[in-house]
Unconditional design. Structure first.
Length: 578
C-alpha cells in the first residue's frame, strides 16, 4: 500500500479513516467493535483492525488527529472534568472568571493564564508521547488538524468539481469554535473567512433544549427534530420570539448569543416552562432553520458564490439541510454524509493529503460501504458458535436477494446483514431492517417488537435511482444517496411509501440506491418492485434501542435473538424463527 493517510477522531463517536492514493478505502467507528453507542476515547480496536488487515503502521505516510486543543487530550485521558452546561462547557479561563472570582479567591487572570500556558506546553509533550505509543508511528508522521478544518475538508473531495464553493461548518464546539465559513476558489485549499467562538453556539441551544426536554443532549437532538412537525406554529410562535431575542446573525454574518453557555439552562428553562413538548420542539427547530438560512444567505451575498457544502453536527439536522437546499440562490449543495464528529476522521486524512500538495489526487467519496465484510466461512462459524439451528430454520436460497424481496412483498419484516458495513449514522441497506413501505402496520410492529422508538419518529425509504422522481420533489436534481437531507414527497410516495415518510409533514429522507454501488441491495429492491410495483423499501438501522448498529454476524444473531424479528438474511443464508 502506498500513500496511506490515516485520519483519527478520538472524541465522541471515535473513528478511523484510511485514504490510499487519494481514495477513501475504509472508515469505521469504534462503537461497532466495542458495542458502546457513540463510544468516546481512542479507537484502539478499529486501528488494530486497520493495521492487521489494511496496512501495517510502517506503511502509513501520515497520521492526522482531528483536534489541536490539549483540552481534547485531557478529556481523552480523563485527567479533569469539563463542567458541561447542557451541551456547552466552561473553559479553564471561564472557570477562573466564574468560579474563582465569584468565590473571591485571590487569583488574577494574568496569573492563571501564565500557569495555563505552562500547563498546555506540558500537556502537548505528554499528548505527543501518548499518541506515539497508540499509533506506533514516528513523531514526524503525526500531525494535528483543527477540529473545524477537519469538518470543512471532509467535503473537499466532493466539491472539487464545483469551481467556487462556500463550506459551512456548524456544531456545538471544537477547538473553542462552533462555526466557520470557508471559501474554495482555486480548487487546491480552503480559505477560512469567518469563525465564531463557541460562546455563541447554536448547537448549544439545540442541545440545551434536548436536555431540558428530558432527552440525552449530544445524541437525541434528532428526536426533537422529528417531533417538531407535530407542533402548531401559532402556539409555538411566542416561544420562538423569546428565543430570537437570545441568538441572532449579526451584521458581520456571525452567530451572536446574548447570554453565555453557562446561563442557557436557566434562561431557556424559564422560556419553555409549562409549554407543551411539541411546541418547544417546533420553536427550536424553526429558530435553527431560519438562523442557518440567514447565515448562508449573508455569505452568498458577500462572496457572490452560490455553491455550498455543509459539515458539522448541526447539519445532521436533515430538515435544516432541506431549507438550505431550497434557498433560491443556492445552485449546488453537498451535505457531508454523517456530518457529525465521526466524519472528521475523513476530513483529517484529506487535510493531510492537501498539506502535502496532493489535492489533485483526491477522489470523491462515493458509496459509504467502507467497513467490515464477512465470508460465507466466517458466517458459518458464527452460526455454529451461536447454535442458531436450535432456534431458527437455516436455508441457503438460490438467490437470497429474491428471497428477501418475496418476504417483503408478503409483508414480512427482514433484517439484512450482508456485504461491507456502511460508515456513519445512517443504515444504507447492508446492516438494515427492511419492510414493505406501503404497510402502516409495519410501523407498529418495528417500533413495538424491535426498535422501541419514540412513537413520533418517522422511518425512511431506500429508493431505486430510476424511481426517485416518482417519489420526491427535487427541482434542483440534488443527488441524495446518503439519507442526509429531506425532500417534500409526491402523492405517489404518500401512497406507496406511507410507512417510510414523516406522517405529519410528509417529508421523506431517501437513500437513492445505485446498482453500481450496491448490486445486491439494488436487486432486492428491484425484485420487490417487480412483485409490487413499488420502487423502494422501508429501511431502518439494524440494532436494538440504545445499541450501535450491528457489525458482525454475531451482532446480527444477538439482535435477532433479543427482538421480535422473525427473519435474518445473513450473507447468502436465510434464518427463519422456528
Amino acid at each position: 500500500m502506498n500513500n496511506v493517510y490515516l485520519g483519527i477522531h478520538y472524541g465522541h463517536n471515535a473513528t478511523v479513516a484510511v485514504v490510499q492514493e487519494g481514495e477513501l478505502v475504509f472508515c469505521q467507528s469504534e462503537e461497532r467493535f466495542n458495542r458502546i453507542k457513540n463510544s468516546t476515547g481512542f479507537p484502539r480496536e478499529t486501528l488494530k483492525y486497520v493495521y492487521d488487515n489494511i496496512c501495517p503502521p510502517e506503511k502509513v505516510e501520515r497520521a492526522i488527529l482531528f483536534q489541536k486543543s490539549t483540552r481534547g487530550y485531557l478529556y481523552l485521558k480523563q485527567h479533569y472534568f469539563e463542567p458541561f452546561q447542557y451541551g456547552g462547557y466552561l473553559s479553564p479561563e471561564d472557570i477562573c472568571k466564574e468560579r474563582f472570582f465569584s468565590s473571591h479567591l485571590h487569583w488574577n487572570i494574568s496569573q492563571f493564564s501564565s500557569r495555563l500556558k505552562e500547563r498546555n506546553a506540558e500537556l502537548r509533550h505528554e499528548a505527543l508521547s501518548y499518541f506515539l505509543d497508540e499509533l506506533g508511528v514516528s513523531s514526524e508522521k503525526i500531525d494535528f488538524c483543527d477540529h473545524h478544518q477537519a469538518h470543512a475538508y471532509s467535503t473537499f473531495a466532493n466539491i472539487h468539481g464545483f469551481g467556487e464553493c462556500l463550506v459551512f461548518t456548524l456544531d456545538g464546539v471544537g477547538d473553542d469554535i462552533c462555526a466557520t465559513v470557508s471559501k474554495m476558489t482555486g480548487g487546491s485549499k480552503l480559505e477560512v473567512v469567518s469563525q465564531v467562538n463557541h460562546y455563541h453556539s447554536l448547537g448549544y441551544y439545540y442541545s440545551a433544549i434536548t436536555a431540558l426536554m428530558g432527552m440525552k443532549s449530544g445524541e437525541h437532538e434528532f428526536k426533537v427534530m422529528g417531533l417538531a412537525p407535530y407542533a402548531s406554529r401559532k402556539y409555538y410562535l411566542p416561544i420562538l420570539e423569546r428565543m430570537r431575542e437570545l441568538l441572532k446573525i449579526n451584521e458581520c454574518g456571525e452567530f451572536e448569543s446574548a447570554i453565555p453557555p453557562s446561563a442557557l439552562r436557566d434562561k431557556l428553562g424559564s422560556i419553555i416552562k409549562y409549554q407543551r413538548f411539541d411546541n418547544i420542539a417546533g420553536a427550536i427547530q424553526e429558530l435553527t432553520e431560519e438562523l442557518i438560512v440567514d447565515w448562508i444567505n449573508f455569505w452568498m451575498r458577500k462572496t457572490a458564490i452560490h455553491n455550498v457544502a455543509l459539515a458539522g453536527g448541526v447539519f445532521m439536522n436533515v430538515k435544516a439541510c432541506q431549507k438550505v437546499m431550497e434557498i433560491p440562490e443556492v445552485e449546488r449543495v453537498f451535505v457531508m454524509p454523517s456530518a457529525a464528529d465521526e466524519s472528521t476522521a475523513i476530513g483529517a486524512a484529506f487535510w493531510g493529503m492537501i498539506q502535502d500538495g496532493r489535492s489533485g489526487d483526491l477522489k470523491p467519496i462515493q458509496d459509504l460501504y467502507l467497513g467490515l465484510d464477512f465470508s460465507d466461512e466466517e458466517i458459518e462459524k458464527a452460526l455454529e458458535k451461536s447454535r442458531v439451528s436450535e432456534r431458527y430454520e437455516i436455508s441457503k436460497p438460490g438467490n437470497i436477494n429474491h428471497a428477501v424481496a418475496r418476504l417483503l412483498a408478503s409483508n414480512e419484516v427482514v433484517a439484512r446483514c450482508s456485504g461491507r458495513m456502511e460508515f456513519g449514522a445512517r443504515a444504507l441497506g447492508n446492516r438494515s431492517i427492511l419492510a414493505n413501505p406501503k404497510s402502516s402496520e409495519n410501523i407498529e410492529l418495528i417500533n413495538a417488537a424491535i426498535k422501541n422508538r419514540d412513537f413520533w419518529m418517522p422511518f425512511t425509504p431506500s429508493i431505486l435511482d430510476v424511481d426517485m422522481s416518482r417519489y420526491i420533489q427535487n427541482p434542483k436534481n440534488v443527488f441524495a444517496p446518503y439519507m442526509c437531507l429531506t425532500f417534500d414527497s409526491t402523492e405517489e410516495a404518500q401512497r406507496d411509501l406511507k410507512a417510510a415518510i414523516h406522517p405529519r409533514d410528509k417529508t421523506v429522507r431517501p437513500q437513492c440506491v445505485l446498482q453500481e454501488w450496491n448490486p445486491d441491495y439494488y436487486e432486492v429492491i428491484s425484485e420487490f418492485k417487480n412483485i409490487t410495483g413499488i420502487g423502494g423499501v422501508l429501511n431502518t438501522s439494524f440494532n436494538l434501542h440504545g445499541e450501535p448498529n450491528v457489525c458482525t454476524p454475531e451482532d446480527a444473531i444477538h439482535t435477532v435473538d433479543h427482538s421480535g424479528l422473525k427473519y435474518l438474511a445473513l450473507g447468502h443464508y436465510l434464518l427463519e424463527e422456528k
